[in-house]
Design a binder for this molecule. Structure first.
Ligand code: FCB
Length: 433
């Protein structure tokens, strides 16, 4: 391989998807409320137990060591540290992360900590959640507490995971918590999330001067259905909503003007100039990449866009198109358009229905082929000058895949640990039942 010797190889998870969200003094989060609302998650499953990482984390670190990981990306659960979101601290929660970090370091695995991977304290949602401008200060308070307790040992920090999902899946399409379908709410959320990113970067720098700080942004490949001008414009608009609406704030402190013009009064009441606060210098950009989508012009579609589902292309069990070339293209585009100091692939992976284990091992050739082609795509981007310094597989374990639930719900059979959790720990159900 042509990747540099000090390239970081890791795997990623998130708190609600693996920890088990009940117990340990943890407060309720929006995903608990959402998944316990009938009809929101496949099979009405939830993350109450998930992979029970809260109790089994030492075994899990041993597994990481056995896999040879250099680094582990996890998230802290805000309501485990601050059950009500602000104010009283749950010391048991902080002790848990403290012990996790110590066992990672003892195993020579570098922790990469994400502060927000979607489990907002429900108590804050009850106060308007990210729609409330106070959410910026709430996030700073939580960031400072985590940084003061863990910053002596954790030197790699990620503020937000996939702000587009927080804003749009949760508040525009309603398929993620808190399950709203309200365009104005969705853009208010995006605004405060991005401003809170900038504020958290400043708070982290103050608390942990030698920290490396970044944000994890997800991007899909976006291809126009044809070379026709309308299709090119539809793809460009899609890129504006899905990508530039978040990248421009983070790197330039501005919003893309073409999208502002399209949105019109949906943005009423927002101080758009305040987005300049989102653009703090960061040490790396995290890129989460999985799939490609194709877009065409459709006069009847929202903002003239429709997604075209190509037949006969390779897809994962979740229906996501396998398209490694898009990963190369995105990395080169990021270098050209935004010039991040460094890029980490903070998530990449694929869900497939694993066959039954043989001699304790799961033979998963499709997943291996996916990783092989995507890691080659990273190499190709590096050869073209993209500053990629590490790669985190999603995911270390099969886990609670949000609205798609569990492997039974065709959700996340995405484990790289060879002995998938499903088979390795039959007693450790992914679902609460
Ligand atoms: C990403 C999420 C992660 C997981 C993968 C499959 O969008 O960040 O939690 O759900 O997709």
């Amino acid at each position: 391989m042509s990747l540099p010797k000090d390239f970081v190889w890791g795997a990623a998870t998130s708190s609600y998807q693996i920890e088990g969200s009940v117990g340990g003094g943890r407060g309720e989060c929006i995903w608990h409320r959402f998944s316990h609302t009938p009809g929101k998650v496949v099979n009405n499953e939830n993350g109450d137990r998930a992979c029970d990482h809260l109790h089994l984390f030492r075994d899990d670190v041993a597994l990481m060591k056995e896999l040879g990981l250099h680094a582990y990306r996890f998230s802290t659960a805000w309501p485990r540290i601050l059950p009500k979101g602000t104010g009283a601290i749950n010391t048991e929660g902080l002790d848990f992360y403290d012990a996790l970090v110590d066992s990672l370091l003892a195993a020579n695995i570098t922790p990469y900590l994400t502060l927000y991977h979607w489990d907002l304290p429900q108590a804050l949602q009850d106060r308007g959640g990210w729609e409330n401008p106070d959410s910026v200060q709430w996030f700073v308070e939580y960031t400072q507490i985590a940084a003061h307790r863990l910053g002596d040992r954790v030197k790699h920090w990620i503020t937000h995971n996939e702000p587009v999902c927080t804003a749009f899946l949760g508040n525009l399409f309603g398929i993620h918590a808190p399950g709203k379908q309200d365009p104005q709410a969705a853009f208010r959320v995006a605004h405060h999330v991005m401003i809170s990113h900038g504020a958290a970067v400043r708070a982290l720098r103050a608390a942990v001067p030698d920290a490396q700080v970044g944000i994890a942004i997800n991007m899909n490949g976006i291809t126009p259905a044809s070379d026709r001008e309308e299709d090119l414009r539809a793809a460009r608009t899609q890129d504006g909503f899905a990508n530039r609406w978040f990248l421009d704030p983070a790197f330039r402190g501005t919003y893309p003007e073409d999208i502002v013009a399209l949105l019109g009064n949906i943005l009423d009441g927002l101080d758009l100039a305040a987005i300049s606060e989102a653009a703090q210098p960061i040490d790396f950009m995290g890129l989460n990449y999985y799939q490609r989508n194709v877009f065409a012009y459709d006069a009847g579609g929202l903002y003239g866009i429709k997604e075209v589902r190509l037949p006969d292309v390779p897809r994962t069990a979740m229906g996501w198109e396998v398209h490694p070339q898009s990963l190369t293209d995105i990395l080169v585009r990021l270098k050209d358009d935004y010039a991040p100091a460094a890029i980490l692939i903070t998530e990449n992976g694929a869900a497939y229905d694993d066959p039954a284990p043989v001699d304790g091992l799961v033979n998963d050739p499709e997943r291996i082929a996916y990783y092989d082609s995507h890691i080659k795509a990273v190499e190709a981007a590096v050869a073209l000058g993209a500053p990629v310094t590490g790669y985190f597989a999603w995911s270390l374990f099969d886990n609670f895949e949000w609205a798609e639930a569990t492997p039974n719900g065709l959700g996340s059979c995405m484990s790289i640990s060879r002995r998938s959790n499903v088979h390795r720990r039959p007693a450790r159900a992914f679902y609460s039942v």
